[in-house]
Design a protein around this ligand. Structure first.
Ligand SMILES: C[S@@+](CC[C@H](N)C(=O)[O-])C[C@H]1O[C@@H](n2cnc3c(N)ncnc32)[C@H](O)[C@@H]1O
Length: 421
């Protein structure tokens, strides 16, 4: 009978097949129920195994290249990759090898390859761990590496790759008035709390009571820069799952939150209910909104290249083919949001992207197109925000290689734009 570790490994191989074979994102597979048959701890384990494998994919392929005369079918290759990464991370050879041999053997088409899987993984178990740490840090694929090197230089991109390989700690934002003492985290310079070995999030103290929510330290800054306050009517455009909506509502503003994804809005509704906060939720297209607002937060859909530490599937599932459409949508959204802002009002534009075309360039172009738009540089002057993160057009550039000693941060861009009154 299959053990629970084997169930997690089998599902992790399935996730790898979907990501590397079908170009699907891990989040898409999860929302489609790929792990619903597993117990919560095995679900977390399967995700962790697939993520670790994707982070170490380049190293695993190099190691396996020594033992494979020709590449086996993708699913068998993914089982070998997963086993290699587990073994090189110190996994017990007996359990890892036996499970993967059984997983491969249970496929009628691949059954005859189980002997090869056994032999290769035993060699990896013997020689792999020593070779692993001497190998170079895995690089981003060319389609993404090239524009990033052009934007930030080769040295910065190598530092980003170190951050991607290390993965991300868990950051939380506290509801105003909540204490963090029971969580044992570190308070970051910008006020977020960082937990290094959190375990299951929903089991942590204060989660069920809505005392805090998960939000990377970088992602917590746009709402702080907006500076929502009681009496302010704020439009949160592209709001779900709602980390920023919660911040705006917790600051006492009257928040209208819009997103076109019903599924993601369901999560926003759950988050509001757990934290006891309120916002007016509207499922719809950002480009079709009407009304007049004192302040607007536009967290536009983007390449999400700033979140690779937490989503190592992204560089493998995508190929940059959607960049142009996203960039065009962002500039349409920025222009439409501007038309909803009252004179004298302000708007924060942000994206979790590392590409200047989705950040700095969008704001430069918007400033050129709107004579009533100016950048509020002073709005960036918040505790913990380093002056060197400011950009020439007046925004804030955050990168995964920043705060290397604290465990990094997501890549993000944000700027505060004021409408003349
Ligand atoms: C970066 S995510 C937003 C994250 C969110 N602000 C938060 O803090 O949790 C971008 C969102 O844009 C939404 N979106 C994409 N196209 C949209 C459109 N045309 N109108 C409204 N929302 C859209 C997506 O469903 C996604 O939830």
């Amino acid at each position: 009978m299959a053990n629970s570790g084997q169930g997690a490994r089998r599902s992790a191989v399935y996730l790898l097949d979907q990501i590397l074979g079908e170009g699907r994102l891990m989040a898409e597979c999860l929302s489609a129920g790929a792990l619903d048959h597993l117990a919560p701890e095995d679900r977390a384990r399967a995700q962790r195994l697939a993520s670790d494998t994707l982070r170490g994919l380049e190293r695993a392929d190099r190691l396996l290249g020594k033992y494979l005369r020709k590449p086996p079918p993708l699913s068998v290759r993914n089982a070998l990759r997963l086993g290699t990464v587990e073994l090189c991370h110190g996994g017990a050879a007996h359990g890892v090898v036996n499970d993967l041999v059984q997983i491969v053997g249970s496929h009628r088409r691949h059954n005859q390859l189980k002997g090869m899987v056994n032999a290769v993984l035993r060699k990896v178990a013997a020689d792999g761990p020593a070779a692993w740490s001497a190998m170079r840090v895995p690089r981003l694929p060319k389609w993404l590496r090239a524009p990033l090197v052009q934007a930030w230089g080769a040295e910065a991109v190598a530092a980003m790759e170190i951050a991607h390989f290390a993965g991300a700690p868990l950051d939380i934002t506290l509801k105003p008035g909540a204490g963090s003492d029971v969580l044992g985290g570190v308070t970051l310079p910008t006020g977020s709390i960082r937990l290094t070995a959190p375990g299951q999030v929903s089991a942590l103290p204060g989660f069920a009571e809505g005392q805090w929510w998960v939000q990377d330290a970088a992602a917590a800054l746009p709402a702080r820069i907006l500076g929502a306050a009681p009496g302010m009517r704020v439009l949160d455009l592209c709001a779900a799952p709602g980390g920023k909506t919660l911040q705006l509502a917790a600051a006492g503003a009257e928040v209208v939150a819009v997103d076109n994804s019903e599924q993601r809005m369901r999560r926003l509704r759950e988050n509001l209910s757990r934290t006891g906060l309120t916002a007016d939720l509207r499922i719809g297209d950002a480009l079709e909104q009407a009304g007049v607002y004192d302040a607007i937060l536009l967290d536009a859909p983007c390449s999400a290249t700033g979140t690779i530490r937490r989503h190592p599937d992204l560089p493998h599932a995508k190929d940059g083919g959607d960049f142009d459409a996203l960039i065009a949508l962002q500039s349409q959204m920025l222009a439409h949001a501007w038309s909803l802002l009252r004179p004298g009002g302000h708007m924060v534009y942000c994206t979790c992207s590392l590409l200047p075309d989705e950040g700095e360039v969008q704001v430069e172009e918007a400033l050129a197109a709107h004579p009533d738009m100016s950048v509020d540089r002073a709005a960036l002057d918040l505790p913990g925000v380093d002056a060197s993160w400011a950009t020439s057009e007046g925004g804030l550039r955050l990168r995964p290689d920043f705060w290397p000693d604290l465990g990094g941060m997501d890549g993000f861009y944000m700027a505060c734009l004021r409408k003349s009154g």
